[in-house]
Write a protein that binds this ligand. Structure first.
Ligand code: ARG
Length: 667
């Protein structure tokens, strides 16, 4: 109670107060109001009446302040507002006011597809009625909806609400506010929503194996993992991109033994291993057939593990050959990644095994050391019967390092779903030993399905071999050039522009085809489909994007003029199609937020496709420039519409950026 005079002083003061300070005051004032509702130990009823009056006045002022705080926030913020999230805040408050006794009431706000039902919809009333029913309370959901509607707090973005059907609350947004948000977007560019705290994210992706084929599974991991990193980076996280290559293991014994035989002077003259796959096959054959060679291969493993310099050198040489191959793929796809393979964790594995042993978590099983984690059927093998470590051991050590040394808040592993169980057991073991609490640290396996050929069988070449990634990328380049020539682009573009377009289309299409499918499902690889310029493909979106970009160029409006116009021209949203496009543009932050939660990137592809088609609808029915029918001369520029084109291009460009697609200005 003692706080009231101080609060009143703040609330009635006319001086500018920092929004944070206001927020703090609102917080304590709300608590104060709560205590006024339950005035324990206050027996004086006249005093109570006075306080109630005070309460009402303060509540009024509080709402006025809250509102100006919101307005201030939305105006001074350069970042894009997440409209859906803001509506959830508003409805969350209304629901709490309407049904204060309901614990964890469901909060459901979704954008509306059909304009006649308003722009967004709150569907909580029905679920709330269900909840109450299960508690023996029969309430009509429409009544609940009305009650929620009555309690919607003062806000900056809702024009009106109406109740429909069994209890839907349809929300109509204020056009002037949406227009302001678009101006904000044009003036500041596509800025991510503010981060509460800078979090560290580790993404483990790509991760091929040395001396083995980098296959289409690794391609998926590379494409999906890179896009996840790009999303986190855009949102302002501190991202560590890790390539957990398989660069250690007994296979290096036979590889080095074979290296010694084939290139005896490998220590001084760099051996010309052209084809590491063939080299691997040769050494494997000898390992299986020659008893002496096999023995020597084992000795080589021991030497390598004891860090004998000659053997480390041989190992490095072999790794380098693979590395160069991987790098070719990364260069094509513009992938940045830090190599930190299994070998990095060698010493750390010893310590990890000791740690599990010290806590009494290791069991012996026919000479192996195994670890059972709660709720898991399969144990981890941490030491093999020959004393060696396993994939399990290296993943435990890697996880520990990422948690304690990298201090990651979020750790994501991008591999095929087949490794799901492996990660589940590793995560369970790490929690069992107390390395992390899943409520604090997010450790997740983002799995994906297998790549199939057009015959729906495992992706193979015609002769049945595994497809080499570089061959696949080259084929993509060839096909995209054919497509460009089919459209006579070679006749209008310079050689340089044509090559740029070729790469953009080829690699963009390969990435987009992968990203636009729900990663959980298997996916059919088809050049014909991905290069089709109709439908939800990169080819279609890239063309759409260049077309949008060219609208201003063809009207002779340069970027500076557009920027200037954004400062002075209100983005009118009177036409239905303008309104639809404007709202679609502003859904970008809510799309990203959703992906942050479920790591499903196809949502972004679906959104970009929807944006492109919404743009086409707009462009078909709203003139951006008006030309003289006879002379073809531009007679009128509808600048606010040029700005809508510009905003569309900006969002699409940012979307491409997150997907790792590189659009070209001419194609
Ligand atoms: N090298 C493994 C493979 O090709 C993938 C490694 C994934 N990352 C990890 N930390 N296990 O299947």
């Amino acid at each position: 109670m003692a706080n009231i005079p101080r609060l009143r002083a703040v609330l009635t003061g006319n001086a500018w107060v920092h929004p944070l300070a206001v927020e703090l005051e609102i917080h304590s004032l709300t608590a104060e109001l709560e205590s006024l509702k339950n005035p324990q130990g206050l027996g004086l009823s006249s005093h109570l009446d006075g306080l109630r009056e005070e309460n009402a006045k303060l509540k009024y002022r509080l709402n006025v302040l809250k509102r100006s705080l919101q307005e201030e926030r939305s105006q001074c913020s350069k970042t894009m507002m997440n409209i859906n999230q803001r509506l959830q805040e508003i409805f969350g408050e209304a629901i709490r006011e309407a049904c204060p006794d309901l614990e964890n009431p469901p909060l459901a706000v979704t954008p509306n597809q059909q304009a006649k039902f308003g722009d967004y919809q709150c569907n909580s009333a029905m679920a709330m009625a269900q909840m109450m029913k299960s508690k023996g309370l029969k309430v009509n959901p429409r009544e609940i909806a009305e009650n929620i509607q009555k309690n919607i707090p003062d806000n900056e973005l809702i024009e009106k609400t109406e109740i429909a059907g069994p209890g839907f609350i349809n929300v109509h947004l204020k056009r002037s506010f949406v227009s302001k948000l678009l101006t904000n977007l044009l003036l500041n560019g596509v800025q991510p929503p503010p981060l509460e705290s800078k979090k560290k994210v580790v993404v483990d992706f790509s991760s091929p194996n040395i001396a083995k084929e980098m296959h289409v599974g690794h391609l998926r991991s590379t494409i999906i993992g890179d896009s996840m990193c790009r999303l986190f980076e855009f949102l302002g996280y501190d991202v560590l991109r890790l390539n957990h290559v398989g660069d250690w293991g007994t296979q290096f014994g036979m590889l080095i033994a074979h290296l010694q035989d084939k290139f005896p002077n490998y220590l001084t003259v760099s051996p010309p291993i052209g084809d590491l796959q063939a080299f691997y096959k040769e050494s494997k054959k000898r390992f299986d057939e020659e008893e002496d060679f096999k023995k020597r291969a084992y000795q080589c493993v021991v030497k390598l593990q004891s860090k004998d310099p000659a053997f480390i050198k041989g190992w490095n040489l072999i790794c380098d050959v693979s590395r160069n191959e991987f790098q070719k793929v990364y260069n094509c796809l513009d992938i940045q990644i830090i190599e930190r393979g299994e070998s990095f964790y060698q010493e750390k594995m010893t310590a990890v095994v000791k740690e599990f042993e010290a806590k009494g978590l290791v069991e012996m099983d026919e000479g192996r050391k195994i670890v059972f984690a709660p709720g898991q059927q399969i144990p981890l093998t941490v030491v093999k019967s020959d004393g060696g470590y396993t994939y399990d051991t290296s993943d435990l050590a890697a996880l520990r390092h990422r948690l304690f040394d990298e201090k990651a808040d979020i750790i994501i592993y991008v591999t095929d779903s087949g490794q799901g169980t492996h990660f589940q057991v590793v995560f369970a073991a790490a929690q069992m030993i107390g390395w992390y609490d899943p409520n604090v640290t997010r450790v997740e396996h983002a799995g994906f399905g297998v790549v199939l050929g057009e015959d729906k069988k495992k992706f193979k070449t015609r002769s049945g071999d595994t497809v080499r990634l570089m061959d696949l990328l080259d084929e993509g380049l060839k096909r995209s050039m054919e497509k460009l020539k089919e459209k006579d682009r070679d006749k209008v573009l310079s050689t340089e522009d044509l090559t740029k377009a070729q790469r953009s289309v080829a690699f963009g299409c390969i990435k987009y085809a992968d990203l636009s499918h729900n990663r959980i499902n298997d996916y059919v690889f088809s050049f014909d489909k991905m290069l089709d310029d109709r439908g939800n493909t990169a080819a279609y979106l890239l063309y759409a994007f260049t077309r949008i970009r060219s609208i201003a160029r063809l009207a002779n409006i340069d970027e500076a003029a557009l920027r200037k116009a954004a400062e002075t021209t209100e983005v009118l949203l009177e036409h239905d199609k303008e309104w639809k496009l404007g709202k679609c543009l502003l859904r970008f932050p809510e799309i990203l937020q959703k992906i942050l939660d479920d790591l499903l990137l196809h949502t972004l592809c679906d959104y970009l496709y929807e944006l492109a088609t919404t743009f086409t609808e707009f462009y078909d029915s709203c003139y951006c420039i008006e030309k003289d029918r006879k002379t073809g001369e531009v007679v009128k520029v509808n600048m606010w519409r040029m700005l809508l084109c510009d905003a569309t291009a900006a969002i699409m460009a940012k979307g491409f950026d997150i997907l790792g697609i590189n659009p070209v200005s001419r194609m």
